[in-house]
Ligand binder design. Structure first.
Ligand code: C2E
Ligand code: MG
Ligand code: MG
Length: 632
């Protein structure tokens, strides 16, 4: 039943019930008072009749006079019982033999002059008058039903009229109310439906509505033989934005991004937010060229910086494109392939990528690995290895470099070159780095307790340099492990540092002011601007291992190594040679004046539990005990 009908029925029901109750109460009150009034009337008629009867000289001889008096007072349905002065009973309206019984019932109520008595299955009102002088007594009875009928005929019409008016009004009120209520309910239902199918933050369709639309577009495309495109896109480094600038800022950025996406598409295209920083776009009746044009338009529109709360920020997106029917004919298949294409786009950094089956298995594997990495980081499944760095003056260990390791339960050892960029891409690098710092400083502290005063080199992602809360977090970890900031060298790869040098500057200065040292890692692989380099609080240059390893094969590498060592010294830096794999390489870099060396020749990176043994047994560790850190 519709709501309006229900409201109408409810109000009418209540009105009718109220009418019935009201009618019944009115009837009983009226009946009660009418009975009393009628008994008084009967008393009056009885005394009139008794008077006229006793006045009539022939009364005793002519009992018909009672009949006449009954008619005279219009008491047609009443009973008259009269006891004359001789004690004889005269009756009207009752069979003679029944009269004594009725009279005795009335006489039982000797204390009353009137009331109600039941006789022969019917209720009667009665009234008694007596003439003590002539010992005459008269009882006048009248059926209660007469009073009732009179009330019904009088009250019934009024009640019917009132009920009619009230019900008529009730119908109008009910109609009015029901239209208001059903409108409100309708509005509420529409709002709930909208909420269930749309994203609260951006107001865009959500995943459910996207599936719906995608199915419709797919069916239309199938019927008309058209193709269409599905995009899955997400923002690069969005987690970093959230972590560093706060969720509110991130939310505003998502809203702005959703506007820009909407501005980049046609009217009959649709965009949905799938959650987090992930969006989907459906382009009906579009071929691959059209889809690529649109993807370019979206990335172009996102290129110009967003201004949120006076912070100017860019939001780069990676768009994965899957085409119907070439890359799938089912909704799920298209979604999955667009997702894979998105990771292909992310990996290549091209902004967009059309699904490529040849790369699919790799991408799916990578997606799975990314999920596993999140678990590994969150469940503390990574470990650290430590590689010694030797001071070429003393030929003894000067410090360790902490290197992260991931032993995957099924795929075995995963290279840091694979999982570190993944962690950066997934926004997990901050927590991974803080974990590495904590573990490495803990080991540094243990070495110190064991008598080895060693420094610790820790690799830092450039993402950490965008995070202004990072120096504070590092301070806390240093304090917790009771390690002095001077013992820590933070290594940042040259290429990463140069990509974002301006933003990194502030954090680098703060780290330097805290007493931490900075090393440029893999030096020679990037394109450092020497002008910039000179301004940075750098302490150490680490020549990339590829130059050292290949020195023998390629003369130009020797020249590069030599030049870098001189350059570093001229700029006032210490220089480390990475990738020293044999004695020949060691002597070569030593001859060129290099300060420190690191490589398999001294040791491969060691698991934490083997450190102690290495420190005790290795020639490079002997005499290191209790050596002060002044060498730095
Ligand atoms: P890196 O910081 O330049 O570390 C030195 C890399 O060279 C290490 O590779 C080490 O095992 C390798 N190596 C050392 N000596 C030799 C040698 O004589 N010959 C050869 N062929 N290789 C040598 P690994 O451990 O695979 O690390 C690779 C890169 O991953 C590191 O390069 C570093 O950039 C990154 N990485 C490792 N752990 C972390 C971490 O905790 N955080 C960050 N952000 N990056 C890390
Ligand atoms: Mg390093
Ligand atoms: Mg390196």
């Amino acid at each position: 039943m519709r709501t309006s009908t229900q409201v109408l029925a409810a109000i009418l029901g209540i009105t009718i019930l109220a009418q019935v109750v009201f009618g019944a109460v009115a009837y009983w009150i009226t009946l009660d008072s009418s009975r009393d009034r009628r008994i008084e009337m009967l008393a009056h008629y009885a005394s009139e009749i008794l008077f006229e009867w006793s006045d009539s000289s022939t009364a005793a001889d002519s009992p018909d006079i009672l009949d006449e008096l009954q008619k005279k007072y219009h008491l047609n349905k009443s009973i008259i019982l009269l006891r004359d002065m001789k004690g004889q009973l005269h009756t009207v309206g009752i069979e003679g033999e029944l009269a004594p019984g009725l009279l005795s019932e009335i006489n039982d109520q000797a204390d009353k002059a009137g009331g109600i008595v039941e006789f022969d299955g019917e209720d009667y009102l009665w009234s008694r008058v007596e003439n003590g002088q002539d010992s005459l007594a008269l009882v006048l009875l009248e059926p209660v039903s007469l009073v009732e009928q009179a009330i019904v005929s009088k009250l019934g019409i009024r009640l019917l009229v009132t009920a009619g008016v009230v019900i008529w009004m009730a119908v109008w009120v009910a109609l009015l109310l029901s239209s208001i209520i059903s409108k409100r309910l309708n509005d509420k239902n529409l709002a709930l439906r909208h909420q269930a199918l749309h994203d609260n933050l951006t107001g865009l369709p959500n995943r459910n509505l996207l599936y719906d639309r995608l199915n419709q577009v797919r069916l239309t495309a199938h019927r008309k033989g058209q193709c269409f495109a599905l995009f899955i896109m997400d923002l690069d480094r969005f987690k970093e934005v959230n972590d560093t600038l706060g969720h509110q800022f991130g939310d505003q950025l998502l809203q702005e991004v959703s506007h820009r996406i909407q501005e980049s598409i046609r009217e009959n295209d649709s965009v949905a937010r799938l959650g987090g920083d992930e969006f989907a776009v459906v382009l009906p009746d579009t071929d691959q060229d059209g889809a690529i044009q649109c993807a370019k338009r979206i990335t172009r529109n996102l290129e110009s910086k967003f201004n949120i709360n006076d912070v100017r920020i860019e939001a780069k997106a990676s768009i994965g494109i899957a085409m119907y029917p070439d890359h799938g004919t089912e909704t799920e298949e298209l979604l999955q392939h667009a997702d894979v294409a998105m990771y292909q786009a992310k990996q290549s950094g091209s902004g967009y990528a059309v699904y490529n089956q040849a790369l699919d298995s790799h991408s799916v594997q990578r997606l799975r690995l990314m999920g596993d990495l999140r678990e590994a980081i969150e469940n503390d499944q990574l470990s650290l290895h430590f590689q010694p760095i030797i001071d070429l003056d003393s030929n003894k260990i000067f410090k360790f470099e902490a290197l992260a390791r991931w032993q995957h339960p099924e795929q075995g050892y995963i290279l840091p070159d694979v999982f570190i960029p993944m962690a950066e891409q997934m926004g997990l690098i901050r927590i991974l780095t803080l974990w590495v710092v904590d573990r490495a400083l803990n080991v540094c502290r243990q070495c110190s307790v064991a008598g080895y005063e060693l420094n610790m080199s820790i690799n830092l992602s450039t993402y950490c340099l965008q995070d202004t809360s990072f120096p504070g977090e590092l301070r806390t970890i240093l304090d917790e492990n009771d390690v002095s900031a001077e013992c820590v060298v933070l290594e940042i790869t040259e290429s990463a540092l140069m990509n974002d040098i301006k933003r990194a500057r502030e954090v680098l200065d703060r780290l330097h002011n805290m007493g931490l040292k900075l090393a440029i890692d893999d030096f020679g692989t990037g394109f450092s601007s020497l002008a910039y380099l000179k301004q940075l609080p750098v302490h150490e240059l680490k020549i990339d291992k590829s130059f050292i390893i290949d020195m023998d094969k390629d003369e130009s590498n020797t020249t590069i190594v030599h030049t870098v060592i001189d350059l570093g010294h001229n700029l006032g830096y210490r220089v480390v040679a990475e990738g020293v794999e044999n004695e020949h390489a060691l002597e070569h870099v030593r001859g060129m004046g290099c300060d420190y060396a690191q490589g398999y020749y001294f040791s491969r990176p060691l698991p934490e539990e083997e450190l102690d043994l290495w420190l005790q047994e290795s020639a490079w560790a002997a005499l290191t005990k209790n050596k002060s850190r002044s060498a730095s």
